[in-house]
Design a protein around this ligand. Structure first.
Ligand code: NAP
Length: 330
């Protein structure tokens, strides 16, 4: 008898979205302590497009040198538990769950396997699969950067650059939730969106350079890596922090240098490499914020799984607002 199959967005080689093919692959079977999730929604993120291009090249160390080691794309997912492997105690068939697979990828498919002690959590009751699938991108990353790295406090003055992206739309709301005074940086077309998320002020980067306004911030969170620590330094308070999730060699050097020699510090982190237990505790907090209406999810576009390549082309434009989601056929 033939093994059951499923549809998946497979990356056949590094490069353009043209190398993403929808293929029938073997449906995975959960082993001990693994959960099989029937995917209802999964994400295409800016980080996924970097993985697709193997950018930066050093990423090939963990992605695979000549071809992706895990060739089914995607990390964020939401769906229903379809089966559990031996020894699974926390989850059972039918549970509505969301999470991320990290460097295991494989989420842009009809089914995905997740370790029971991996980044997987129960969905908040009043949220759609589409919304839940995005929680591990912008919301989780911005929560880690603002709370864990930034030690954000009520009364802090916070600047969010890229306030209309996946990280930015979450960061504006989270910073407001933590009691900060929030200034978002976006282009004119997104000013209303950023204000609607709770920003106290919005700077249109096509007209105003935030480093030239004379205002100072306790935290500058450059979610899209369009500025630099050197340029932003003069807009930081004496013990201000510059945070960016976009990996650059220069940023790593500044992070080491400023950790010893400067009161103003630069910080980077790879959220997905934090221990799953910690990430799950953040997701628990985020789920509560969603449940109580304190955190909303911005979804820009939805595509069927079969159009994963189109979704990548759109995310590649660098203009998406919030999140892009793929819907697996139910
Ligand atoms: N280190 C980590 O843990 C981690 C985790 C997840 C993601 N990331 C990284 O985080 C980065 C951001 O991801 P994302 O999904 O939030 O980005 P994104 O959604 O792709 O960002 C697009 C948004 O950025 C805005 N934008 C473009 N240029 C801008 C500028 N110069 N100033 C202000 N806004 C600008 C665009 O608005 P306009 O059209 O109005 O310009 C658009 O709405 C990616 O590089 C991703 O790889 C890192």
């Amino acid at each position: 008898m033939n093994a059951p199959t499923m549809q998946a967005a497979v990356l056949t080689r590094y490069g353009s979205p043209d190398f993403i093919k929808i293929q029938d692959v073997q449906k995975p079977v959960p082993k001990a302590n693994e959960v099989l999730v029937k995917v209802h929604a999964t994400t295409v993120t800016a980080a996924d497009t970097m993985m697709r291009r193997a950018d930066p090249a050093i990423a090939r160390l963990f992605l695979g040198f000549s071809r992706p080691r895990h060739n089914i794309m995607g990390t964020g997912f939401a769906g229903k538990v379809a089966a559990v492997g031996p020894g699974v105690k926390e989850f059972e068939k039918g549970d509505e769950v969301f999470g991320e697979t990290g460097v295991g990828f494989s989420a842009n498919a009809e089914y995905v396997i997740v370790a029971e002690d991996g980044v997987i959590d129960w969905m908040p009751p009043n949220i759609s699969f589409e919304e839940a699938a995005t929680l591990t991108d912008g919301p989780l990353t911005s929560f880690n950067f603002l709370k864990n790295l930034g030690k954000i406090k009520a009364g802090h003055s916070v600047l969010i650059i890229g306030a209309s992206g996946s990280l930015g739309t979450a960061a504006v709301q989270l910073a407001r939730y933590f009691g900060a005074h929030v200034t978002g940086v976006s282009s004119a077309r997104n000013v209303e969106l950023v204000k609607s998320l709770g920003a106290d002020e919005v700077i249109d980067y096509t007209k105003v350079d935030f480093t030239q306004t004379g205002k100072k911030y306790d935290l500058i969170f450059d979610t899209v890596g369009k500025s630099s620590f050197s340029k932003s330094k003069k807009a930081l308070t004496e013990h201000g922090l510059y945070l960016s999730p976009v990996l650059r060699f220069g940023l790593l050097l500044q992070m080491m240098w400023t950790s010893i020699f400067s009161s103003k510090k630069a910080k980077f982190d790879a959220t997905g490499l934090r221990p799953p237990k910690l990430l799950r505790s953040y997701l628990d907090e985020l789920a509560k914020l969603v449940e109580t209406g304190k955190l909303g999810i911005v979804i820009d576009k939805k595509y069927p799984l079969a159009e994963a390549d189109e979704a990548h082309r759109y995310v590649d434009t660098g203009r998406k607002r919030g999140n892009v989601v793929l819907l697996a056929a139910s």
